[in-house]
Write a protein that binds this ligand. Sequence first.
Ligand code: NAD
Ligand code: TYD
Length: 337
Amino acid sequence: MNNLKILVTGGAGFIGSHFVKLALKKSEVRQVINLDKLTYAGNPATLKPVEEDPKYQFIKGDIADASLIDTVFKNGIDMVVNFAAETHVDRSIQEAGDFIKTDIQGVWVLLEACRRYGIKKFIQISTDEVYGSIAEGSFTETAPLMPSNPYSASKAGGDRLAYSYWKTYQLPVVVTRCSNNYGPYQYPEKLIPLFVTNALENKKLPLYGDGLNRRDWIHVLDHCEAVWFLTEKGENGETYNIAGRNELTNLVLTRMILDEFNLDPSMIQPVKDRPGHDRRYAIDDSRLRKLGWTSQIPFEKGLKETLQWYKENTAWWEPIKHGEFKQYYQQQYGAIS
Ligand code: NAD
Ligand code: TYD
């Protein structure tokens, strides 16, 4: 595809912002429109480096706002990459309403606009969490979906709704399901940035339960490259797992972070487990790899660089941690300091 006008939603968030920057570098891209509601997780500061790029346009708005979305599509869109979502499991456990509005209803509004105006590709960014937990082995794309918290259940709704628009209306939809991302610009509510910034602030690291839950970690830039690859190589109606192939218990990961800062394991504060906490996520991404994609960033190198980034960019995360986040932290973790 050439001379593309792309709508990226959720482009002021962690992964979406990296994708916007990647897409702007592509010669086949004419314009990138970033539509983002700027919830607590969206941060315009992340996009400062591309604000002046003539190919870049920002629209503050909600993907579930049908009349706004209609206006955006009226001017012609070739491809949609939908990153917009409420994304934090613990917040979904506190209150699920916004998850249902954005992660299901918002996807429906976008799909309807795509159907009305026609597009060349709709990429729905789903998650490996839609499969639920697996004790051994790994899920392929044909495994049943067994999401077990309000976040993953909402994402499963959006995921299958997108598929249904391919099956029913032949809308050119591709669904991706990636494992846990890490890297610069991640909101410090998620495990790695929370623990790294707490370590930098000399605060305890609140580890849930026995710390033996397992996640597969992928660098955000590898994820974005895989998504770009699938905009070109992904088959309509198909779903693709994207794995880091780097599985760790939370405890081992936490120790790696502490080691990097020369901090003692006594900095770990075991806390009450997350309700319904999925024990292990593991996906098989051979369908994607058979098409020729490979990840580029080894975990240890990526983690070191990420830690360094948080060290050097306190101006990005300190205002977050001392703003809205403070109240959330108190509610979620109580008096840990
Ligand atoms: P994030 O929370 O950092 O960013 C989400 C962005 O979406 C924010 O900028 C927010 O303002 C925006 N947003 C929220 N509701 C919106 C709405 N109604 N309309 C427009 N914009 C809205 O999330 P992230 O970690 O960058 O995740 C991006 C996508 O990738 C999500 O769909 C998520 O489910 C998926 N995903 C994330 C991971 C991960 O490890 N972070 C892994 C797999 C898949
Ligand atoms: P998280 O980054 O929230 O991602 P997800 O739950 O979507 O996989 O959490 C990653 C793992 O870390 C998960 O098993 C929960 C655990 N965790 C903690 O132990 N303590 C924390 O404070 C957080 C945020 C997560």
